[in-house]
Design a protein around this ligand. Structure first.
Ligand code: DX5
Ligand code: ZN
Length: 219
């Protein structure tokens, strides 16, 4: 069993100084940087676009774990790839040809993630599990940080873990939304590889990033 990776969500960072916030996360031993992209249409909130990601690229060598909550997603994949994303995660509801969108992300030599909303069935991802690098299991409805963890999604994590192990795949499982020091443990036990966290990392313990990352990792 590989060690748990932490992908802090910069949604909870200070947007007026994202560059230094990302440098601080690297110093605090984050493994990836989770970047939430929202369009005000697929989800009821707006965040940042490819130009900001491109500008942030020079602040860290950590992989950019880019979570696209935008629809239709296809026409923007190129922009986010060229901006310096390392993993590009899309929602099945944001494309009418999932396999083609996966192919498109791969054509830019980027890792592919598929995200499942709490109410989205595992069946959406099982047929493409061998084609992708990551499944992002949403444990809140996407759109905002600071929401309450939906425990029911852990059943989906367990089934995914079984499927991935049974087929000897390298697909990683990432969980996103409402992760705190208590539920991190049950998520890890259910089989996740990567924890996303915004509120817990930026707000707990007076915003001590290193301590919070360490605490999540060692649950
Ligand atoms: C929600 C985002 C999450 C969110 C996590 O749409 O995808 O990445 O920022 O933040 P917390 O940890 O505050 O739930
Ligand atoms: Zn996210």
């Amino acid at each position: 069993m590989s060690s748990i990776k932490i992908s802090p969500s910069i949604l909870s960072a200070d947007f007026s100084k994202l560059g230094s916030e990302i440098q601080d996360l690297e110093k605090a031993k984050a493994d990836l940087i989770h970047i939430d992209v929202m369009d005000g249409h697929f989800v009821p909130n707006i965040t940042i676009g490819p130009e900001v990601i491109k500008k942030l690229r020079k602040y860290t060598s950590l992989p950019f774990d880019v979570h696209l909550m935008i629809s239709p997603v296809d026409n923007f994949i190129k922009n986010f790839a060229e901006a310096g994303s390392d993993i590009i995660t899309i929602h099945p509801e944001a494309t009418n040809d999932l396999k083609n969108s996966i192919k498109k992300i791969k054509s830019f030599k980027k890792k592919v993630g598929i995200s499942l909303n709490p109410e989205t069935s595992l069946d959406k991802v099982l047929p493409v599990l061998n084609l992708i690098d990551l499944v992002l299991v949403m444990s809140v409805n996407p759109g905002f940080g600071g929401q309450k963890f939906i425990k029911d999604v852990l059943e989906k994590v367990k089934k995914l873990r079984n499927e991935i192990d049974k087929n000897k795949l390298n697909t990683q499982i990432e969980i996103d939304g409402g992760i705190n020091f208590e539920n991190a443990k049950i998520a890890i036990d259910a089989g996740v590889d990567i924890l996303v966290s915004g509120t817990t990392i930026f707000k707990e313990n007076g915003g001590n990033l290193e301590k919070n990352i360490q605490l999540l990792r060692t649950r």
